[in-house]
Write a protein that binds this ligand. Sequence first.
Ligand SMILES: [Mn+2]
Length: 314
Amino acid sequence: MLRRNAGRAHFIKATCNQPSPSPIRAGGGASAGEPRMIADQSSFEGAVRRYRTIFISDIHLGTRGCQAELLLDFIRSVECEHLYLVGDIIDGWKLKGGWFWPQAHNDVVQKVLRLARKGCKVTYVPGNHDEFGRDFAGLKFGGVTVVKDAIHKTADGRRFLVTHGDEFDGVVMHARWLAFVGDWAYRTLLMLNTLLNRVRRRLGLGYWSLSAYLKVKVKNALQFIENYEEAIAEEARRRRVDGVVCGHIHKAEMRDIGGVLYMNDGDWVESCTALVEHGDGRMEILHWAQERSWSTLDRKSKVGPLALPEPAAA
Ligand SMILES: [Mn+2]
C-alpha cells in the first residue's frame, strides 16, 4: 500500500513537470482553444456508425492497462457484419500472475458474444498473450470462430492476410516495442498511463497516451517498428495477397510497403484504435480516444475550460 502511494505521488509530480509538447492530441476537446470539438461530440453522441468490417486487437483484458471503458463505448457506437479479434484479447500470461478482472472486462466479453448471437460474424485470431486460443483453431464457441490466421476479402475484391503478427517479431521473444527495457518497465509504463488518465479524467481532460507519446520519441523503438512492419509486408508478398492486417506492436498504421498495404489496427491499452472497412471496401483507422472524451463517457456536461495546463500543452 505504501509503495503504491509513493509511486503515485512520484507520478503526479512527473506529469506536472512534463514540459514537452505532444504531437498526439488528447482530442478530448477539453482545452480552451477547441470549443468546436465539444459541439461536434455532443451532436455525434448516440449515432451508431455502420462498417462492413471491424478489426481490433491487443485489448489485454485481465491487465490494468486495458482501456476497457473506451472500448465498451466504441463497441456500443458501431455496427458491423464481420468483427475480427486480431489477438492479445485476453492476457493469459498476466492472469497466471494475478487476477485483475473488473466488471468492464466482463462487459467487453459479453458485448462481443452478444454481437455474435445477433448475427455478426466474429473471427478470433489469437496472439501471443492468448496463445492458448491457438489450440482451438478451427473450432467455434458461442458464434466465435477461432483461426490461426485468415484471409479477409474486401467489398472491392482485395485480399488481406489477417494475423496477430508476433511470429514476425524477430527482435525479442514476447517482444513489444519496449522489449529491450524489459517486461517490468513496460508494465510500469502502462500503469502510469492508466493513472495519468485517471487524473486527466478527473480534471475533465481527454485521454492522452503517455506510452504512445514515448514510443515515437525512442529511437530504438522506431527502428524496431520499422523492421517489424517490413517483415509482415514481406510475408504478405510471399502469400500473394494485397495487404495485411495485424496488431501486436501497439502502433496503428496504414501505409503502402513495396506494393503491399500494411495495416495495423493498434491497441486498447495505449492508443485505443481500430481498423475499419467501409461498405465500399475503403479502409480507415479510427482513433477512438481522440473522438471521444471521458466527459462524453461520463455523460456529464462540461464544466467549461479549466485553467489547469494540459501535459500536452507546451
Ligand atoms: Mn502480441
